[in-house]
Design a protein around this ligand. Structure first.
Ligand code: NAD
Length: 398
């Protein structure tokens, strides 16, 4: 049984508590810290938490705290992690790990030096659809991964601090792009080095200093490309979609907005629909089991199982740091309008990969380009002559 202390009684803290205690699980939230006493009391009451406090260090040091789950605004993650290091408590931190790669690397190294378990709570790398896709990709079903695109767009976050660039550390790229980048990294291969980033980011709608909309490309050392599309100004709910393209196949995932559950209501009986849903009347796209479909339950299972077995979880602080480094490069690119290198002072994956050859042999004299069956059943074969470079086609008539 895991004895959990949740730091932060807000949006994600409540989602985490629901995931941990909402089923007949053996894990327990035993301590909660919130900035305001009324938040802590309400949280403790709603989730039957035995101890609450408005003192962060007291919560972390509490004897009933075995795991600390950080569900605090971004600018408090490092402080909270360092207190876990001080008190030698296992720590799980929500995304983004840091506001910058420097912050994230400091957290990663401090936990490793102290020998404490540190997991990165990247829930969207634990959704049922993601896990199934990853398994297929790892089994080779899609061949070599060429392009992995991930999109998270919604009408903007729910608390003041997100909109303050100092406290949040960035805008939609940091808040939502961190998910998209880690999804693409998993599909492309986490040991493949991200080398450079090109990003467009702009503030199109909101009166803020950060970007509210951005699109970015992340180039990997093996020639694969990751793409993120993020927005805090999208209207219509929360759109979570991934696309993966490989030499042998394709995956399209729609995780939230239109997942096969559609409902119409006049608005009678007002009820919660789904995260960031903009309306509770008309056509609705509810989500059956939101905590599960967003990956929270699988995520905590992986974290606690890994801890018990003395292994690393699927998502570690090191992963959070790599994601932050890609985001730092994206912010530089948005300013310079150039491809910017990803600066990874610490890289633990493969080195020196290059793009595989595009030449696939058809026979001793030809390279293969394409084969296609036409509407009348004829077959066309398109080849490149090795000796001359000429591109030719061979037809087989039915
Ligand atoms: N899908 C996800 O994984 C996901 C979703 C939402 C948020 N998050 C992350 O979780 C963290 C918290 O986000 P949230 O949406 O729960 O925010 P929130 O504003 O809803 O809640 C933050 C909570 O932190 C506590 N807090 C302590 N000190 C504070 C301070 N100085 N200012 C404000 N709050 C303070 C409060 O109890 C507050 O309720 C962020 O890092 C965010 O990026 C992750």
């Amino acid at each position: 049984m895991a004895q959990v202390c949740i730091l932060g009684g807000g949006f994600i803290g409540r989602f985490y508590a629901d995931s941990l205690t909402g089923r007949r699980g053996k894990d327990q939230v035993s301590v909660v810290y919130a900035r305001k006493e009324e938040t802590a009391i309400r949280f403790a009451k709603d989730f039957q938490v035995a101890h609450y406090t408005t003192n962060m260090e007291e919560a972390i040091a509490h004897p009933a705290t075995e795991f600390v789950v950080i569900a605090l605004p971004n600018y408090l993650h490092e402080e909270a992690v360092m207190l876990c290091v001080k008190h030698k408590k296992a720590v799980l931190c929500t995304k983004p790990l840091g506001r910058t790669a420097d912050e994230a690397l400091r957290m990663t190294q401090a936990c490793e030096k102290a020998g404490i378990f540190a997991g990165y709570l990247e829930d969207l790398c634990y959704t049922p659809k993601f896990l199934k896709s990853l398994k297929s990709i790892q089994s080779g079903a899609l061949g070599r991964i060429l392009w992995a695109k991930s999109r998270e767009t919604h009408p903007g976050p729910h608390s003041d601090w997100f909109w303050d660039i100092q406290k949040a550390g960035g805008g939609a790229v940091l808040d939502l792009g961190c998910h998209c980048i880690e999804i693409a990294r998993n599909f492309i291969g986490k040991d493949v080095k991200p080398v450079e980033v090109m990003c467009w980011a702009d503030t199109q709608v909101k009166p803020i200093d950060a970007e509210d909309h951005a699109i970015g490309l992340v180039k990997y050392e093996n020639g694969a490309i990751g793409q993120f599309e993020v927005s805090w100004t999208f209207r219509g709910g929360m759109d979570l979609r991934d696309e993966v393209m490989g030499t042998e196949g394709t995956i399209w995932i729609n995780s939230f907005l239109r997942t096969g559950f559609e409902m119409f209501t006049s608005g009678a009986g007002k009820s919660y629909v789904a995260e960031k849903a903009e309306s509770d009347s008309g056509w609705q796209f509810p989500v059956g089991d939101e905590a599960h479909e967003l990956g929270y339950t699988n995520m905590f299972t992986d974290m606690f199982d890994a801890y018990e077995k003395g292994e690393s979880p699927m998502e570690t602080f090191y992963d959070g740091y790599v994601v932050n480094a890609i985001i730092d490069a994206a912010y530089r690119s948005a300013k310079t309008k150039l491809w910017e290198p990803v600066q990874l002072p610490e890289w633990r994956g493969q080195e020196g990969l290059s793009k595989p050859s595009v030449f696939q042999e058809y026979d001793a004299d030809h390279w293969f380009i394409k084969e296609e069956i036409l509407p009348n059943g004829d077959k066309k074969l398109i080849l490149k002559v090795k000796a001359t470079g000429e591109i030719i086609e061979k037809e087989t008539w039915v």
